[in-house]
Design a protein around this ligand. Structure first.
Ligand code: IVH
Length: 666
């Protein structure tokens, strides 16, 4: 079998396994077998860039390339649907349709999925483009990101599909993924996504498709457009599309009377709570495409379809008081403390009030009866006040605090930001503790045996006031503390000492500079030799670094212009932390391969192919896919293909082994 045939065989098989696993939930092969095949395909594709295919199953893993999205016009505008909230309005819709058509009609009922809408174009059975709704006329081309969504077929099954068509649907983030993502963001003090819809559309707009791939998005398709669709019925076409490999909701039903529609609504109003993704209503569509055509569109929406929105679940309860939480960055969040009330199966005692503007907008008073909603959101929120329940005695008006509840400093509000901040970064207890907790965290210094409770204990005992103090602690200082003991004390001190080996990039992340997450910290570590160079960098130098815009650059400048931060850094240097790039963490940064274009081929024993690629880049070289006269040398493992060997020989290009390569860069 030729390499090309093998690649094709693997692609076909992996597309099938992907569909069986993600769309049908009935895998045919084990995960290990799937991974093995994917690995083989990636290897072969790496060796044979001439067989590149943008729809290969290997694109599901995404790429690290940065991307700005281009806007593209929609061939057919992406309209919205008129909303209804009652059975009466649905009956009115049916009457209107009947009057306009003057004949019987069927209605296809579907769930209204609450995600980000997407329009997919398929040409000759292959996904060629994916565009967001945008303003309805034009949207962002997010094809690379969408290719990572495993329930979206890249290559269609069979051959019964039209040669060119569009299919629209909803990209969704399942509840479990959403909750996990928000947990991570909370730990990093990044703003939380309010609901899975925002999380899904935010994810679709990410620059880095490998992060998109890791977010495990899902997609349901519900609308076909194009000439030559197989049937005159929308419902029938959707079922046909399921055979081509699309994920079509099973909650789709053809109804012949308003009563059947109401039954569908009643059933799903309850059952939807057991679904893995968010839904916010039902969509009713006249089934016949011919009748749809006759009914046509208004300027905003089709006359042949309407949405019925589920009532967001809400409860009425008393507002007892408003408290304020201060986070690591000093952001102050108001929290409504409520008389406990049952809502969607849980007891709600607290709800977020977000910021001062929201409080003002609600004209909140203590003792007010307030509406609490969960809707598509995980954190309950207050959506209104029952003014009729106010009586004669109006409680005290809720006015956002002016001073920090923890340290008494006057709060500040930055232009264009909704939040209030406590500016006392170095002495406000929750900010200090928050910064230390961030510093010891898994993605930062990763100090074994230390957690938020221990940090709190050390802080309360007056042993630590900042991160540098951790490195002065001794076993004797802490072993007598509450529930500590010799063994734990030794573990903690060992963990702290070991963290001195943490590489420069983690150190930068651990400092907790606002907006400097893991990725930005890596970029900084790659761009500067030590922390003094970062501290001295101009705004312009910082902005010139990939991934760093003005906001981040300004925040870095602010951090280093603060004397107490500079002092802290001096102390961290003194205790021996790696505030500089070392050979170890940069993998021997050098110029030894500068300007050389290098081709990797074959199977390696000491390091993986990806590790070799990284070594090449870190030593100034470039990875190339195929041999040409410009190739510097070929790094060859076992079983390098004879065609490549031949080509290298013909062009007089050196072929070197793994050991020779390691000697060159050592
Ligand atoms: S059909 C011309 N079907 O709701 C109408 N839309 O308010 C085409 N949506 O932008 C849309 N589930 O994002 C349709 N089963 C479904 C839907 C659905 C969710 C969204 C879609 C659309 C919005 C309309």
């Amino acid at each position: 079998m030729t390499v090309r045939d093998r690649i094709e065989e693997l692609r076909v098989a992996l597309h099938r396994h992907n569909y069986n696993y993600y769309v049908l939930n009935t895998p045919e092969v084990s995960d290990i077998e799937f991974d093995r095949m994917m690995h083989e395909l990636q290897e072969l594709e790496g060796e044979h860039p001439e067989y590149y295919d943008e729809n290969s199953p290997s694109v599901r893993v995404g790429s690290d390339l940065n991307k700005n999205f281009t806007q593209v016009p929609h061939k057919y505008p992406m309209l919205s649907l008129a909303n209804t909230y009652s059975e009466g309005e649905i009956a009115d819709f049916c009457d209107r349709v009947y009057k306009a058509l003057n004949e019987d009609f069927e209605i296809c009922c579907e769930l209204k999925y609450d995600g980000a809408s997407i329009s997919l174009t398929y040409e000759n059975g292959k996904l060629t483009r994916a565009v967001t709704r945008g303003d309805g006329e034009k949207g962002d081309d997010v094809t690379d990101n969408v290719r990572t969504i495993r329930t979206i077929p890249l290559v269609l099954h069979g051959s019964a599909y039209p040669s060119s068509f569009e299919i629209r649907g909803e990209v969704l983030m399942p509840w479990t993924v959403f909750e996990e993502l928000n947990k991570e963001r909370e730990a990093e003090e990044e703003p939380l996504f309010a609901n899975p819809r925002n999380a899904a559309s935010g994810t679709l707009k990410l620059q880095n498709s490998s992060i998109v791939a890791s977010r495990k998005l899902d997609a349901y398709l519900y609308y076909l457009l194009g000439d030559g669709l197989p049937h005159n019925g929308h419902y029938e076409n959707l079922h046909e599309a399921a055979k081509w490999g699309f994920k079509i909701s099973e909650a789709t039903c053809k109804c012949s009377s308003p009563e059947e529609v109401f039954q569908f609504i009643d059933y799903w109003n309850v059952e939807r709570k057991n679904l893995p993704v968010a839904t916010d209503g039902i969509v009713l569509k006249v089934n016949s495409l011919l009748q749809q055509k006759n009914l046509g569109f208004t300027a905003k929406s089709p006359r042949w379809a309407i949405a019925y929105k589920f009532q967001a679940e809400r409860a009425l309860t008393r507002l007892n008081k408003v408290t304020y939480q201060v986070g690591r960055t000093g952001a102050v969040t108001p929290v409504a403390n409520l008389e406990p009330v049952q809502l969607s199966g849980t007891t709600v005692k607290r709800a977020s009030l977000h910021n001062a503007d929201i409080i003002e907008g609600l004209d909140l008073h203590i003792g007010d009866m307030v509406y609490v909603e969960k809707g598509g959101e995980i954190i309950p929120k207050i959506t209104g006040v029952d003014i009729t329940a106010r009586g004669f005695m109006l409680g005290e008006k809720v006015i956002f605090i002016t001073h920090c509840p923890e340290c008494g400093s006057k709060l500040v509000r930055y232009e264009s930001e909704a939040a209030h901040y406590c500016p006392n970064e170095t002495a406000c207890p929750p900010q200090i503790k928050g910064k230390i907790e961030h510093f010891i965290g898994r993605k930062a210094m990763n100090i074994d045996g230390l957690g938020p409770e221990t940090v709190d204990l050390f802080y309360r005992s007056g042993l630590i006031k900042n991160t540098a103090d951790l490195y002065r602690l001794t076993v004797d200082d802490i072993r007598e503390l509450d529930r500590m003991g010799m063994k734990s004390a030794e573990n903690i001190i060992n963990g702290i000492n070991k963290s001195k080996e943490a590489p420069f990039e983690r150190m930068i992340f651990a400092l907790g500079i606002r907006f400097v997450g893991e990725t930005v910290a890596k970029k900084i570590a790659k761009s500067f030799a030590n922390i003094d160079d970062v501290a001295g960098a101009s705004l312009e130098t910082l902005i010139n670094i990939d991934e760093i815009g003005e906001k981040i650059a300004q925040s870095i400048r602010n951090y280093f212009s603060d004397a107490s931060n500079r002092e802290l850094i001096e102390r961290l240097k003194q205790v021996g932390l790696q505030l500089y790039r070392t050979e170890k963490d940069t993998g021997n940064y050098s110029d030894k391969l500068a300007g050389q274009s290098i081709v990797i081929s074959g199977v390696f024993t000491h390091f993986s192919r990806d590790e070799y690629k990284e070594m090449i880049e870190r030593n100034g070289g470039k990875n190339a896919g195929s041999i040409s006269s410009k190739t510097g040398f070929v790094l060859a493992g076992e079983n390098m293909g004879p065609a490549k060997l031949d080509k290298a020989a013909k062009l007089g290009i050196k072929v070197i082994s793994e050991d020779e390569f390691l000697a060159i860069i050592s």
